[in-house]
Ligand binder design. Structure first.
Ligand code: BT5
Length: 242
């Protein structure tokens, strides 16, 4: 992989055959502007201790190291939204498929999960690591349900073909006014306006209608009594009435 993406802050791309997790390697190196890419992860991470599965060569597996000053108020949740938008934009530009976004971190095509994002602050290092797994070319293999992949949807692109566009479009998002970024996220977020159930460890489920995403990147859910709940983290189930 050549050294970085021209005209962006992502000057250094390091490509590995296999790593434990691109997020872990990026957090160890912790150099702002570094991008870690791998063909395969032996311990790919999802949120809340879950795993991210992908056969070698099937996916774009990449983590970017962001200086905290690049992310408004150093909020990892806004890095998630920016990377989600950039990834959706890159799929549209390169593969002709524009995933919608499910709060907080899923890229969906119809109801299939084509990608996921994991952004984490690295304590003491002044950086946020934001990683994306995007199912690009799975062939006969199938992602864990309800996963899907770009090739299953008819797009024949190679996983790394998406990376230059992703970095350029992330650069655009990091330069964007945060209010405009949030408006763009809201417009592409299929969670808003839906009946949802939010499940979070150690807390009762919240059920209601997803009404907004706050400037902090939190989800507002209005229950049937009219009370509005602020959801900082959790798993959203889009509930279909009837
Ligand atoms: C995510 O977590 O969706 C965040 C995934 C982030 C993965 C990237 S890969 C590069 C970087 N390095 C890492 O180690 N991680 C990041 P979550 O919302 O918790 O969803 C995880 C769940 O998605 C799993 O429990 C499975 O049910 C499902 N899943 C696992 N692999 C999948 C895949 N390839 N496609 C679709 N769904 C998958």
């Amino acid at each position: 992989m050549p050294g970085g993406s021209a005209n962006t802050r992502f000057a250094e791309v390091r490509h590995f055959d296999t790593v434990t997790s691109t997020n872990s390697v990026a957090a160890e190196l912790a150099r702002p502007g570094l991008v870690v890419v791998a063909d395969h992860q032996s311990a790919g991470q999802g949120r809340l201790g879950r795993t991210w599965e992908a056969p070698p060569g099937s996916s774009l597996l990449a983590s970017v190291v962001l200086d905290v000053s690049w992310v408004w108020d150093a909020r990892p949740q806004l890095a998630t939204l920016a990377l989600a938008l950039a990834a959706s934009d890159a799929c549209s530009a390169v593969a002709g498929i524009r995933p919608t976004l499910k709060w907080p971190n899923d890229l969906l095509v119809e109801d299939g999960k084509v990608g996921g994002i994991l952004a984490e602050a690295v304590p003491g290092a002044g950086v946020i690591v934001a990683g994306i797994g995007l199912n690009v070319r799975w062939g006969d293999a199938t992602p864990p349900p309800p996963g899907t992949s770009l090739d299953a949807l008819g797009a024949g692109v190679a996983p790394t073909a998406l990376l230059p566009a992703l970095l350029e479009l992330l650069e655009v998002r990091l330069d964007q006014d945060p209010d405009a970024l949030l408006d763009d996220y809201r417009a592409r977020c299929t969670t808003l306006g839906q009946a949802v159930r939010v499940e979070a460890a150690g807390r009762d489920d919240v059920e209601g209608t997803a009404v907004d995403v706050t400037p902090d990147g939190h989800l507002l859910v209005q229950d049937e009594t009219g009370e509005v709940h602020t959801v900082v983290a959790g798993d959203v189930v889009h509930v279909r009435p009837g």
